[in-house]
Design a protein around this ligand. Structure first.
Ligand SMILES: Nc1ncnc2c1ncn2[C@@H]1O[C@H](COP(=O)(O)OP(=O)(O)OP(=O)(O)O)[C@@H](O)[C@H]1O
Length: 285
């Protein structure tokens, strides 16, 4: 039976000019879940709601099987977080930030934190502000990891990193994982999620539009690129999403094998997360 580190059931949040509508997601143990959506789709709002920084008007959130409203210290101890805004004074030196974290987390591992900093050439005597954007991004990740959490909630953790650093960070996330742990990983850089995510959740205008396992995406999903004339002839096929352009139509189907068998002449590719994001944003579904 699948066990979950995090479950959201029909969560609704009402802000001044934005709503999260009926968000239901499940983060199984042992999985990295990619959370994608365009700017303003609601990713940060969802993560803040999970952390109890925003209060839902309805719905239920369970973390490690407990209702999150009784966010006991033991629950917080098992969560690592990266949010856009820093929770510390940016004029603090890294060793001063570490002191704050040591107070916040019983399981803070000084040796592990030092090892992470050292292996990425980050000097503890620098202030956060003095670090380059890439170093700041890495530092936030190391601050989220150094108390050995079970669940990582990461809002755009690879933003600002060059490709080499991004690869290093993805390797750190892979090393972090085991059967008990999970990561919810929001990102615009969908190619990172193609590499690392077991499941993809797409949010658009405050509502979940698409949830699928990466393995099912690889096995069953296909993108067909066909002419408008052929598309017109396929009117009895139901596509998940369709993007019509002047000379071609791109269709997303879950019936890869059927199309491969019946229409071997069609140009067919496995969709990337970026393809899916674009089709759901610009196409009809
Ligand atoms: N505390 C708040 N009060 C009112 N509106 C808010 C608040 N926080 C966020 N919003 C609005 O909610 C919407 C969703 O924002 P959110 O930051 O969740 O999107 P996002 O998917 O994380 O986008 P991005 O990728 O740009 O970070 C935006 O329109 C934003 O202006």
């Amino acid at each position: 039976m699948t066990e979950y580190n995090l479950i959201l059931e029909n969560v609704n949040v009402t802000l001044d000019s934005f709503d999260l509508q009926d968000i239901s997601i499940q983060i199984p143990k042992g999985q990295i879940v990619g959370f994608v959506g365009e700017n303003g789709a609601g990713k940060t709002t969802t993560i803040k709601t999970i952390l109890n920084l925003l209060t839902p008007v309805s719905g239920e959130i369970k973390i490690f099987g407990s209702h999150n409203l009784d966010q006991k210290p033991a629950i917080k101890e098992k969560i690592g977080v990266i949010l856009d805004d820093s929770f510390f004074d940016e004029n603090f030196k890294i060793y001063q930030i570490e002191k704050v974290m040591q107070h916040a987390y019983k399981n803070w591992d000084r040796a592990y934190f030092s090892e992470l900093l050292k292996s990425h050439d980050i000097d503890k005597n620098k202030t956060f502000k003095e670090c380059s954007k890439g170093m700041q991004a890495k530092l936030k990740i190391f601050l989220a990891l150094a108390h050995h959490p079970q669940l990582l909630l990461l809002d755009e953790p690879t933003t600002g990193l060059d490709p080499v650093s991004r690869q290093e960070i993805l390797d750190i996330f892979r090393d972090f994982m085991d059967d008990e742990k999970s990561i919810l990983f929001s990102s615009h850089i969908t190619s990172d999620l193609d590499k690392i995510a077991d499941q993809i959740i797409l949010i658009h205008k405050g509502a979940i539009q698409f949830i699928e396992d990466q393995s099912t995406l690889d096995e069953n999903y296909a993108l067909l690129k066909i002419t408008p004339e052929i598309y017109a002839e396929l009117n009895n096929f139901e596509f998940l999403a369709v993007l019509e352009q002047s000379h071609s139509v791109t269709c997303l189907t879950t019936q890869k094998e059927l199309f491969r068998r019946e229409f071997p002449e069609f140009e067919m590719t496995t969709p990337t997360i970026e393809d899916i994001l674009l089709l759901f944003k610009k196409g009809v579904h």
